[in-house]
Design a protein around this ligand. Structure first.
Ligand code: AMP
Length: 580
């Protein structure tokens, strides 16, 4: 093995010019090296340049803007916020503010997420107490701006994160109004997964001479990406360990490397996989040379069958006879994907590359497909029934093997004969198979169903770059009076849902302050859908109706039932056919 570690700069982030407190936080989080977007965005942002970055979730874009933002903050403790990050959804607001908090822990930075759906009182108190970085959804930020509780005149930096999503959700005017309340000389950073003309328009009116960064732009030279069976599973984060275990059970790899992003993830996953009966070994940059050599020896001599590793630790490592490469997360750049999967399918051997993606990361998969010019097939996570069938098959195969070999069965004859007085041979055989099966298929009854996330591939926006942004062009929005009469553009009776769409009933409406963007936000925040996938929305006084793609109905109902809308958890179900 030839992996090398630069012990002088344990994280690889040092050369980007980040201060010690931030480097320490990154080491603590187990980040081993910057992702491509971080390598490109951090230095110019540290110089104070405006930045226009095209990068999807999964590229490490949050740290790319959060680290320089933290480094450039004036001493914490001022009366007004110094940085504002605008994001499309409440989930992202929480996620980004947690990330900024983690990175800035040693700097004493006060971060606050503000979003619709959370009681405003708590946000008011925190804002009054003093906050350095506000991470907000545009609607709620504007609300606070109007009340005078969010004061933006001391801002040093504004970040527009997932700008295309914000425009899709109808936040363009809110964003304009918010930016108008910020100082002219602020630093402005805009990240967007796609660059339709509307984003260019936003950038040219609000960014000054920005550095432009695009991830996943260069096509890989022909022939570089190996021909291996490539597939991906889209799984909510909480179900990833179980999903991986199940996929591995069904794939039954001979020898595999599982790539993780951080050291902590490596350690946790190794433990989980060992608990599932695999012989998994961890390999990361925090381990000494001797320890790493021992791990590699165990993989080579077959005492371990899975290696769980970070990119840095696995660099330069050559394992013969690897059958599978697993990306526990979508790699942060297509180049990294190509590099990882290049470890299988060598010299004409068959190889399999498996990627686990969270719903929000599916665009990154598309980018990888575009760059590598190869398809990644989205597979369904094996269900509990699939798993049971597979385990039954394994038990049958094992018994078949023993029967064919007549291998060492003779010494059990006495047991069968003694039971033969009381039971017939079939009953005895069934009991013996049950015993053998349950001894190997441990924990089978603890398996939970993993929710199926259905992606609508043909409408993915990466395929439509440059064709204009904007919400779903089919979206009709209407608002109804309490008596059900329409006030909006749609004044007639309710029509049948658009083809391919199902209408959902949400038990809260205008009286509860629900706006179309609240529904779109709640749906796209946690599900695999983007703003474009959401169809017609109708807001009545006490309820709302929203159209979603047929294939995503269960996922959206599940998502909406888990989130709050304007502080409540309304009933969510399929619209019942009308009887009148
Ligand atoms: P993002 O694209 O910002 O949503 O980040 C995706 C994930 O990658 C998050 O879970 C981050 O914690 C993680 N991440 C970001 N940068 C790095 C890095 N340099 N090394 C390892 N993990 C990272």
């Amino acid at each position: 093995m030839t992996a090398s570690f630069d012990d002088g700069d344990v994280t690889g982030f040092g050369e980007l010019g980040l201060r010690d407190e931030l480097l320490k936080a990154l080491t603590g989080l187990g980040y081993e090296e910057p992702t491509p977007i971080q390598r490109e965005a951090i230095p110019p942002m540290l110089e104070g340049r405006d930045l226009l970055g095209q990068a999807a979730t999964g590229t490490g874009k949050t740290a790319a803007f959060a680290l320089p933002l933290l480094q450039r903050l004036p001493a914490p403790g001022g009366d007004n916020p110094s940085a504002l990050v605008l994001v499309p959804t409440r989930e992202l607001a929480v996620q980004v503010s947690e990330a900024i908090h983690r990175y800035g822990r040693d700097l004493g930075v006060r971060v606050l997420p503000i979003y619709g759906g959370q009681p405003i009182g708590r946000q008011l108190r925190s804002l009054e107490f003093g906050v350095d970085v506000v991470v907000a959804t545009p609607g709620r930020a504007l609300d606070h701006l109007g009340r005078g509780t969010l004061r933006l005149h001391d801002l040093h930096v504004v970040v527009l994160d997932e700008a295309d999503e914000m425009l899709d959700m109808g936040f363009a005017e809110d964003i304009e109004a918010i930016l108008a309340a910020t100082p002219e000389d602020r630093q402005t950073v805009l990240f967007s997964a796609t660059m339709p003309p509307r984003i260019d328009g936003l950038a040219s009116s609000h960014l000054t001479d920005p550095v432009r960064i695009q991830i996943g732009r260069e096509p890989t030279p022909a022939g570089e990406a190996p021909l291996v069976r490539q597939m991906a599973y889209v799984v909510p984060r909480a179900h990833k360990p179980a999903a991986l275990g199940r996929v591995l059970d069904v794939e039954a790899p001979g020898a595999a490397i599982v790539f993780c992003r951080t050291r902590d993830e490596v350690d946790q996953l190794t433990e989980t996989l060992n608990g599932r009966g695999y012989r998994a070994e961890a390999l990361h940059g925090g381990m000494g040379q001797e320890q790493r050599d021992r791990v590699m020896a165990r993989l080579r001599n077959g005492t371990a069958d899975l290696l769980v590793a970070t990119d840095v630790a696995a660099r330069g490592l050559d394992v013969e006879h690897l059958t599978h490469v697993v990306n526990y997360d979508v790699p942060s750049a297509p180049e990294s994907y190509v590099h990882r999967i290049g470890r299988v399918g060598r010299a004409g051997r068959e190889g399999v590359a498996i990627t686990l993606a969270e719903p929000r990361e599916h665009r990154m998969l598309k980018t990888i497909e575009r760059v590598t010019k190869q398809r990644i097939i989205i597979e369904k996570v094996p269900s509990v029934a699939d798993l049971r069938a597979r385990r039954m098959e394994l038990t049958r195969a094992k018994l078949h093997e023993i029967l064919v070999a007549e291998d060492g069965t003779e010494r059990f004859r006495a047991i069968v004969e003694s039971l033969g007085d009381e039971f017939d041979p079939m009953e005895i055989a069934l009991a013996a198979v049950k015993f053998a099966h349950e001894a190997t298929a441990v924990g089978e009854n603890d398996e939970e169903e993993i929710p199926d996330v259905t992606l609508r591939q043909p409408r993915d926006r990466d395929d439509r770059q440059g064709q204009g942004g904007g919400p779903n062009p089919n979206r009709r929005v209407s608002v109804r009076d309490a008596d059900g009469r329409g006030r909006g553009r749609e004044t007639g009776g309710r029509r049948a849902p658009t083809g391919g769409m199902t209408r959902l009933f949400v038990g809260a409406g205008r009286a509860a302050g629900i706006r179309p963007q609240d529904l779109v936000g709640a749906i796209t925040g946690e599900s695999s859908l983007t703003g474009r996938d959401v169809g017609a929305i109708e807001i009545a006084d006490r309820f709302a109706l929203v159209e979603v793609p047929d294939g995503a109905v269960d996922e959206v109902i599940d998502t909406l039932r888990r989130t709050t809308l304007k502080g409540r958890r309304p009933v969510v179900r399929r619209e019942r056919p009308r009887t009148d």
